[in-house]
Write a protein that binds this ligand. Structure first.
Ligand code: MF3
Ligand code: CO
Length: 251
């Protein structure tokens, strides 16, 4: 349960989130046409371990699938989330790639994701990325003590829909802190006022996954794809609920 946390807990979670942010920031200059997703994996893994932490996704299990094999998810174009890094997948000009990073240290966790442009990308791709990133900001803005999970969900989903895009079915954000995934789930669409009340000290991973052409998804093993093969973008931050503005821990 994501609920009240001690100062020590919040410090530990903050430390993990800083490492996540360092990885994602380092990747801006690294992601270019011609590199492979396994090279991104290795760079991320090195930064995590240099910080005395471990990659929280590696070995993560859910029923029915082999343990997740990598430190990051690298989800290209129509891959929504959980793309597995590969030796033989080479980034090309015009791709967009979502990189998702989870870090564990001292019993605490942090989780965030960003979508990166590979070289010059289409206007459609640029707009999809912008709308997804703004939807995350809109969701975060709602995350204050006394608001509800539904307020976050509504802010994300209504903005995405107003721009003509689609929130990916079945995929949600989540509590994070002493585990990678905790309660409550944070859907990316919903009804204002519905769901759990937010209280000071909760740490949440808010993560809109936005598709260009349809909300429908296809699952192939770990990997989720847009059913019509159109583009998808993903941004995620771990945030701390306070009695004022939420604190973005993975900035
Ligand atoms: N940030 C993603 C999530 O919360 C990444 C999970 S990858 C997994 O679902 F391997 F850990 F599942
Ligand atoms: Co997450």
């Amino acid at each position: 349960m994501a609920q009240y946390r001690s100062d020590k807990d919040i410090q530990g979670i903050t430390e993990c989130c800083k490492i996540v942010a360092e990885v994602l920031n380092e990747l801006y200059s690294y992601i270019k046409p011609g590199i492979t997703t396994i090279e991104i994996e290795r760079k991320a893994d090195r930064i995590i371990k240099n910080n005395g932490a471990f990659p929280a996704f590696k070995g993560y299990t859910i029923p029915g699938l082999p343990p997740y094999p990598a430190a990051i998810c690298a989800s290209i174009n129509s891959c929504i989330v959980h793309g597995i890094p590969r030796e033989d997948v080479i980034l090309k000009e015009g791709d967009i790639i979502g990189i998702d990073v989870g870090v564990g240290k001292n019993g605490y966790f942090g989780d965030a994701a960003k979508t990166y442009a590979v070289g010059l990308i289409s206007n459609d791709a640029r707009i999809l990325m912008e709308v997804t990133e703004i939807s995350l900001s809109n969701g975060i803005e709602q995350a204050v003590e006394g608001a509800s999970v539904g307020d976050i969900s509504y802010a994300i989903g209504s903005y995405v829909t107003s721009k003509g895009f689609y929130v990916a079915d079945r995929l949600t954000g989540h509590g994070v802190g002493k585990n990678l995934h905790e309660e409550p789930m944070i859907p990316n669409h919903g009804v204002k006022g519905n769901g759990r009340r937010l209280i000071k000290g909760m740490t949440l991973a808010i993560e809109p996954m936005v598709n260009y052409g349809t909300n429908q998804v296809n699952e192939i093993g770990w990997e989720f794809f847009v059913a019509d093969n159109s583009l998808s973008a993903h941004y995620e931050h771990t945030i701390l609920i306070t009695d004022h503005e939420p604190l973005i821990l993975t900035q």
